[in-house]
Design a protein around this ligand. Structure first.
Ligand SMILES: C[S@@+](CC[C@H](N)C(=O)[O-])C[C@H]1O[C@@H](n2cnc3c(N)ncnc32)[C@H](O)[C@@H]1O
Length: 431
């Protein structure tokens, strides 16, 4: 265990990493925070956790932080407003967009707010009468080419909600405002896709509710979302910031994504957990709504390239069987995969591919770390057919092979009581 309670540097006192409250670890800690709250990604972590780790490392504006698994940009956003230069990498084009838009600096806030109002007024004209189901059907039939190209859109949204979203999408696709303002508008629109959908809310993975969602005032919800964006930008106006950048790319090969000369003094991150959660699957409505992907095949490709990809095409490649990439991975995972294998070969292949990918990631991150760089990896363990998989320890074992010294593993919280599942932070230093 790492004793850090009471440590105080840039940001104020921090809480210990062990036995944390849920809001100090999970996405729940960002629901009321400006900018952090623009898009809710359940497997994202709390800003408090990112800043506490930065304090624990004693980071200053002389440091440079990397988050190779950006998600919704929690780490670069926290570092930006704490004055610590940082960058992140994200594979999923929609999440890359979210991270980028949230971490930019904006001027001309009144121009942005006026632009939002103009857009809302023009949608109000376009969407007039669409709360009536018959009119909604008529509108959808007349505007088929503006329906988002997702498989079975009618499953995602009931007709009245879909018709309003199509009106919004149509005007947005024809809009010619400038990049930053247009991106903020798109951010707001993407933020209402799930709340207006037939998906069950408050679940980690998207599933459809038994009853379709009732007709909603989608435009009203968009107006609220855009107001929130305007208020949040106002709240951070004039705050000193550091430079941050979000790169699009694959962190199985970090050194290929970052500029050659870039070396980092700290890594604060949370890779996908080996729990079969699919980021591509969860973000389908967003990926298709503004054409972040060209089609279903591209989503499949994304899943295959992701660490922990498990859905669709990624599963078919697992069914052919996956061998450990080398003796190190074999030695670290075989005590666990041999048990899992007895119950399901596919799951053993899943775990093997996961750690083969983590190995590639560690091998590449070693090349971008300065001597003595500090690393914090937030990760959850898993269970397959009742067999535990200590992903935190295996991860530390792979890092040790590349000369990183383990400083400690802090178990932050139990994920479901009595299940044996927990979330931990693995602290390491480049030796
Ligand atoms: C646990 S989430 C990170 C959440 C982040 N800490 C936050 O607070 O938003 C893991 C992220 O890694 C991304 N990812 C998965 N495989 C990747 C890869 N090979 N390269 C880069 N990003 C990847 C996923 O798309 C997902 O956004």
């Amino acid at each position: 265990m790492i004793g850090i309670a009471g440590n105080q540097t840039l940001f104020g006192p921090i809480d210990p990493f062990e036995k944390r409250r849920t809001t100090e670890v999970t996405f729940k800690g960002k629901l009321n925070l400006p900018i952090h709250r623009w898009y809710r990604l359940t497997p994202s972590f709390s800003p408090k956790l990112a800043t506490d780790i930065a304090i624990h490392f004693g980071l200053t504006p002389e440091d440079y932080v990397l988050d190779p698994f950006s998600g919704v940009g929690t780490v670069p956003l926290c570092m930006k407003y704490e004055g610590i230069p940082a960058c992140s990498i994200e594979l999923n084009p929609y999440l890359h967009f979210v991270s980028t838009v949230k971490t930019r600096s904006y001027s001309n806030l009144s121009g942005i707010t006026n632009g939002f109002e103009e857009f809302i007024s023009s949608v109000a004209v376009e969407a007039e009468g669409l709360e009536d189901q018959a009119k909604a059907y008529e509108y959808l039939a007349a505007n088929v080419r503006y329906v988002p190209p997702i498989h079975r859109p009618e499953r995602w949204w009931s007709p009245v909600n879909l018709a309003q979203l199509v009106a919004i999408r149509k005007l947005m696709l024809r809009d010619n405002r400038s990049g930053y303002e247009s991106d903020l508008l798109r951010m707001g629109i993407l933020g209402v896709l799930i709340p207006t959908s037939n998906a069950k809310h408050n679940h980690v993975s998207l599933t459809f509710a038994d009853e379709p969602a009732p007709a909603m005032n989608v435009l009203g919800m968009l107006r609220e979302k855009l107001d929130e964006i305007s208020r949040d930008l106002e709240a951070v106006r004039d705050r000193p910031v550091s430079d941050v950048k979000v790169y699009a790319g694959n962190s199985r090969s970090v050194s290929r994504v970052l500029p050659d000369e870039l070396k980092v003094s700290a890594v604060i991150t949370s890779p996908p957990y080996p729990n079969r959660f699919s980021y591509a699957r969860e973000t389908r409505p967003h990926l298709f709504f503004f054409d972040f992907v060209a089609g279903a095949q591209e989503v499949g490709q994304l899943e295959t390239e992701a660490i922990g990809g498990t859905w669709g095409a990624a599963t078919s490649s697992l069914s052919k069987g996956v061998e450990p990439a080398n003796d190190l991975v074999r030695g670290l995972i075989s005590p666990y995969t041999k048990d899992i294998n007895g119950s399901g070969e596919l799951m053993a292949s899943y775990v093997t591919k996961y750690f083969n990918n983590i190995y590639e990631h560690v091998q590449s991150i070693e090349q971008v770390c300065r001597d003595n760089a500090r690393l914090a990896y937030v990760i959850g363990n898993s269970k397959f057919y009742g067999h535990p998989l200590p992903s935190d320890e295996i991860l530390a074992g792979i890092f040790a092979h590349f000369g990183f010294v383990l400083e400690g593993i802090s178990k932050m919280r139990r994920r479901q009581s009595k299940s044996g599942l927990y979330e931990a932070v693995v602290f390491m230093r480049r030796g």
